[in-house]
Structures are given as structure tokens and as C-alpha cells.
Design a protein around this ligand. Sequence first.
Ligand SMILES: Cc1cc2nc3c(=O)[nH]c(=O)nc-3n(C[C@H](O)[C@H](O)[C@H](O)COP(=O)(O)OP(=O)(O)OC[C@H]3O[C@@H](n4cnc5c(N)ncnc54)[C@H](O)[C@@H]3O)c2cc1C
Length: 567
Amino acid sequence: MPYRAPVTDYEFLFRHVIGFDQVAGTERFAEASEDMVAAILTEAGKMSEEVMSPLQRPGDLEPARLENGIVRTSPGFADGWNAIAEGGWIGMSGNPEYGGMGLPMTVATSVNEMMSAACLSLQLAPLMSQGQIEAMEHHASDAIKDLYLPKLMSGEWSGTMNLTEPQAGSDVGALSSKAVPNGDGTFSVTGQKIYISWGDNDFAKNICHLVLARLPDGVPGTKGISLFVVPRNLPDDRGDAGVANSLKVVSLEHKMGLHGSPTCVMQFDGATGWLVGKEHGGMAAMFTMMNNARLGVGGQGVGVAEGAYQQALTYALERKQGKSAGGSIADHADVRRMLLSMKADVFAARAILLSCAVAIDMQTATADADWAARAAFLTPIAKAFGTDTGIAVADTGVQVHGGMGFIEETGAAQYYRDVRVTAIYEGTNGIQAMDLVARKMMDGGDAAARLLDEIEDHAEHARATLPELAESVWEATETLREATEWLVDQKDMNARFAGAVPYLRAFARVLGGHYHLVAALADPDGPREKLARFYINALLPEHAGLLAQSQNGAGDLYALNLEELAE
Ligand SMILES: Cc1cc2nc3c(=O)[nH]c(=O)nc-3n(C[C@H](O)[C@H](O)[C@H](O)COP(=O)(O)OP(=O)(O)OC[C@H]3O[C@@H](n4cnc5c(N)ncnc54)[C@H](O)[C@@H]3O)c2cc1C
């Protein structure tokens, strides 16, 4: 089914829900007027619909393959990459000095979401470059920036991110790749990296790998890690891709989905690299890239959810079974429940995602510590809830199709297979939740409390117009506040970690209730209010069970020992 870019939904969110006027009101992003944003979203939507969406099935049916050490990409992907590059979508939030568009992250995130909905496996390629661009903008030397950034932003070269090793997955600090100084300012990088997305392709003239490795004097753990840019081809005197570097793609993974994206095992054998950031400061530099990518991956989840919802709705409107008022399965109560849940959760996840992007933009524009704390707090929620929603909505999409959902031709199953990994890469959703209840609460819960205060203030304001909905959101926020205080009081971190995942989901549920309420106020008696009513009455109550679970502590989890677990 052809994908239809939800540009009017973004416009509604920008105008009424996420407070984008604050971003447009800053000097930094003063050019991001409503008209300008609408024009950009329309153009990106058109490219997603017309160029990327037709590549979704070919990417699945004819996966990328390795031929004599070179990755051959799926049919049409090279043209797709060129269209993304020519539209300026790779460097859209990059510094204009190097050829970027300098757009707010809120706009870039919306564009990324549309591209993900249209063809997730191809969209992962520009997403990798974008993360690399941001890491270099913040941490690289001027010489590296001058050479790499214009080429990465124009799409002439592409970027990757090399963290994972067989023994170092979530535990990045366990990595064993080494970097040895060559004495001329360059380094010799050696090691094996696994699961490297877009580790090679046949459309960019050079592939720039950002690689985490340890210098000879690097201490064990994350504190001893440094970051290097290691290009597939060494830049020649003119800065063009020159002779081959000492690295290769060993093999491609056979995956459950995302077949169009080559996931590579990379071998670096004394490859020449250049330091990005400070020696042993690799994790700080990589975090810039990872935070960007976490938001991007959250957007992947939301995008796939949108695509899966559109496909399920179209099918439900055409499929006739049993006696229903309108003649199609869409009129059966249970199918309505599925469709409404999908639509309401797409809205909630998108509002959370874009609110996180607004906080990042405000942090960039104002350097205000509260905005920085807000951005940091919302990032794990946007990543985990966005991707969990992608998986849940794609799963429900299969169910709406009945047997046809299990048959590959409809494409419903592909959404599910493709999006499943988004809860795993860029830090599993379990790791995101632990980040939320540990690092993001090192302030004693201040960032959380400020957010909850705002939600309650808004609910108070909404009482006059929508008393029942406002009361439900207010009460849910109070329950969440109590659970947050309980978590902050736990000195045993394992007690927090045991409830981290349900807590993160409950936080997202309450945030979703808030954004639906804001939308309802902007559309009295209209479809937004009706959707908000469904979300707040039917989905928001989930928070209570989740919060009870989040305060159960770790005792019960360890009461059964490992032998008993295996019995
Ligand atoms: C298709 C694909 C593309 C990828 N692309 C890239 C890429 O481009 N670059 C790159 O560097 N990596 C990439 N990855 C790797 C990905 O980021 C890792 O798979 C992920 O970080 C998890 O690491 P792991 O697979 O080793 O799982 P593990 O770390 O072994 O985790 C297994 C389980 O244990 C849990 N767990 C682990 N540690 C803890 C802990 N301390 N506390 C609680 N629970 C814990 C996890 O949440 C998970 O549920 C990709 C992976 C895939 C599948």
C-alpha cells in the first residue's frame, strides 16, 4: 500500500501541541517560520512517498549482498540515496558553514520519521551519517571538519558507527579494539566490530567509520576509550577518496528483517585513523552521536507505526467479514479497538518524540540548563516508547489483516520484522529504562518533577473545558509523582532497575495523556478530542498497573535462584 506522509499531523503538532513556537522564537532558529517548515515537510513527504516508499519491498526481497568484499545494495537503493542527498536531507540539521541546512532537530526528526515509514532499511544509512556529522561538529579538529563534513552532508561520502564487538555489546567498556600512534598524528586501528549498519555500500565514494578503540595507555572500561575516524579509502592530496585503507567487510549478517540494510562484520587491520575529540574521551564524543541516534531510532519506531497503521486501516476498510454496520471489518468493535489503539499511540509516541526534539533545539539555542535536563530526560523515553510503539502497532497491524497479515505479500509482516531491531540497537530499551531511573535521576528527580508540574498545571487549566479528561490526566500524574519519589528514595540501585522498564512505559503513558489533552483543547468536539477521549479512557489506565510493578523492588526477581529458574 502506498505510504501517505502525515504532513498535516506534524503541522497540527507543531502549531498546537509541542510548543514549536518557542523554537521558532529563538534567534538561532528564527528562520523556521510556519510557512518554511510546512514547505520543508511537504517536500520531504513527497520524496518519502514517491522515491523511498517504492523501495520498501525490493529491499526486503533482494537484500544487500557481499560480492568479492564489496557490498552490493538492493535494487533502487543507490537512486534512493542520491535523491535523499540531493534533497539535502542528510545534512538537514548540519552547520550551514559545511553545507548543512541548519534546521531545528524538531524538523529533522519529522523528516527522518517520514523516511523511516517509507523505507526503514534505506533510511538507516542517512541516519548513521547524521550521527557522525553531529559527533564531528562537536568534537573533531577543524582539519577533520573541513575535509569530512561537506562530503558527509552532500552524501558524496557516508558514515557508520563502530562500537559493538562480540564481547562488548551493551557493555561497550569491554571492547578490545586497539589504536597505536603512528608518530605522524595518525593512528593504527586494529580489531573486529560486529553488527555495523551500512558498513559498506556501492553508492557513496567513501565510507567513514567512526571507531571506538583503546590507546596503549587507555585504562580498562569506558574511561580508556578513544574515538577515531577511519575511512575506507584514505583521502588523497585533494581530499578525494584515494587508496584503500587496511579494513574490510568480513561478512553480512542474515537477519529477521531490515534486509535492505547491510549489517557488517568489519575487520580493521592496522587501518589508518584520526583521533576525534580528546584521547580517552571517546565515550563523550560517541554519546553525542548516540543521543542523536537514539532520537532518530525513536523516530524509526514512530515512522514504522504510522506506515503499519495506514496499511492496516486500508485493509480493514476493504475486507468484508460477518455482519457489521458499514460492511467492512473496520466496523467490528474489536477491529475498531485495534485501529483506535494504533492511531492514539502513534500520536502519543510522535508527540513525545517531537517534544524531546524541541527540548534539544531549545538547549542548542539557549544553552539553558533546564532545557538540557529536559532533553536528557526525554531521550530514553522517546527512544524506548517510540520503538515499543513501532513494534506494538506493527504487531496489531498483522492482527488486523488476519491470515493475510502472516502472508508476506501484504507487507504487514515486513513492518513487524523490520522494526523489531529498533528496541535492540542504540542501547536496548532495557538499558534506556535503566538510564532513565539512574543517570537521569541523579538530580534527585528534579527534571521529572518539573515536567510533572507542567502537566498538572495544564490539566488544571483544562478542567474548565474538559473536566473528566483533565481529572484523569491530573490523577495519573500524581500517581506517577509518587512512584518517582519512591524510585528516587531507593538507595539499592537494583530496586530501581527492577522496575525501570514499567516505569519508563508508565511515564510515556502519562505524557501521552497530557499531549492528547493538549490536542483535545485545540480541537473541541473534533477528531482530536475524540481520539484523546479514547486514549485517556482506554489506554492511560495502563499506567496504574505499570507503576505498581515499578515499585515492587528486586526481591521477588531473585527469590527464585538460577537452578530453580531452570527447573
Ligand atoms: C541489525 C543491527 C544493527 C546494528 N547496528 C549497529 C551499528 O551500526 N553499530 C554498532 O556499534 N552496533 C550496532 N548494533 C549492535 C547493537 O547496538 C547491540 O546489539 C546492542 O547494543 C545490544 O548488545 P548485544 O547484542 O551484545 O546484547 P547484550 O548486551 O548481550 O544484551 C542481551 C540482553 O541483556 C540485557 N543487558 C545487557 N547488559 C545489561 C545490564 N547491565 N543490565 C540489564 N540488562 C542488561 C540487554 O538489555 C538485552 O536484553 C546493531 C545490532 C543489530 C542487530
